[in-house]
Design a protein around this ligand. Structure first.
Ligand code: IPE
Ligand code: IPE
Ligand code: MG
Length: 252
């Protein structure tokens, strides 16, 4: 069955319609290019991060309307601590700013906030704002908006291995019972299905330590558009491209 896209200002052609059956359940986005967007305009890098926040709001709304169930956004990586202190602080204050402005609309849209990453090592102001939003939205059963903050895939996998090693040492588990499903339960994404579609903006073709385990069979879609330039139409383009892919999972 084909549906018209209500979120587009101009109605798409019939061939451009998204079909309900094979819409991606989980979309993950590496939101890259904020700094270059600002530099191109002679602005400081933080202006790009600020502009990127309004893109987040637009894309969340689009995801809700397109019936996406989980939207994971790479917000801050474990490697981003290498940036100048002021930039790190600016980025880590953005969740607070975003939630301050948009939490009412997230509630209206039945969105539930979650996070993946090393949350305890984040500054208090980030933890407080996100904890408040998680608590406030915990009974919403619409889109899961999953922020990857202080997230690094290698850190996540190592953490899982350490937990399993401890359980083995304490003889709480039997090594033969450890399969992919049991391993996945030790990852931050426990309970969330793997991404169906990964989008990276900003013209880079790499994962930058993002969801290495979870992306094993994900479809990738790249765009040169910088994150602040990423629009509903670009998102729509990515969703359509996804629907034209044939996923085989090693079969024929
Ligand atoms: C992505 O934009 C945002 C974060 C990594 C936090 P960048 O800040 O990496 O922007 P570019 O890649 O330098 O343009
Ligand atoms: C990836 O972008 C991290 C986020 C989008 C949060 P980076 O800009 O940090 O990636 P690299 O350093 O170019 O690989
Ligand atoms: Mg970058």
């Amino acid at each position: 069955m084909s549906i018209k896209i209500p979120f587009l200002s101009k109605q798409p052609k019939e061939s451009d319609s998204l079909s309900e059956e094979n819409a991606p359940n989980h979309v993950a986005i590496i939101m890259d290019g904020n700094g270059r967007w600002a530099q191109k305009r002679g602005l400081p890098r933080f202006a790009g991060h600020k502009e990127g926040v309004s893109t987040v709001n637009k894309i969340v709304k689009t995801a809700v309307r397109a019936n996406v169930k989980v939207l994971t956004l790479y917000t801050f990586s474990t490697e981003n601590w290498k940036r100048p202190k002021q930039e790190v602080e600016y980025i880590l204050k953005l969740p607070k700013e975003f939630l301050h402005v948009y939490l009412p609309s997230l509630m209206e849209n039945n969105v539930r906030i979650q996070t993946i990453g090393d949350f305890q090592s984040l500054p208090g102001y980030t933890q407080e704002a996100v904890n408040y939003a998680m608590e406030k939205t915990k009974n919403n059963d619409g889109l899961i908006l999953n922020f990857a903050i202080n997230y690094g895939s290698r850190h996540e996998i190592l953490k899982a291995v350490k937990q399993i090693a401890t359980e083995l040492k304490e003889e709480n588990i039997d090594i033969d019972s450890l399969d992919e499903e049991a391993f996945s339960k030790h990852l931050y994404t426990n309970g969330v299905s793997d991404p169906d579609l990964l989008i990276r903006t900003g013209g880079e073709y790499r994962l930058s330590n993002f969801m290495l385990w979870q992306l094993a069979y994900t479809e990738f879609w790249f765009t040169d558009k910088l994150w602040p330039e990423f629009t509903e139409e670009t998102f729509h383009e990515a969703l359509l491209a996804y629907q034209q892919r044939k996923r085989r999972y090693g079969g024929i």
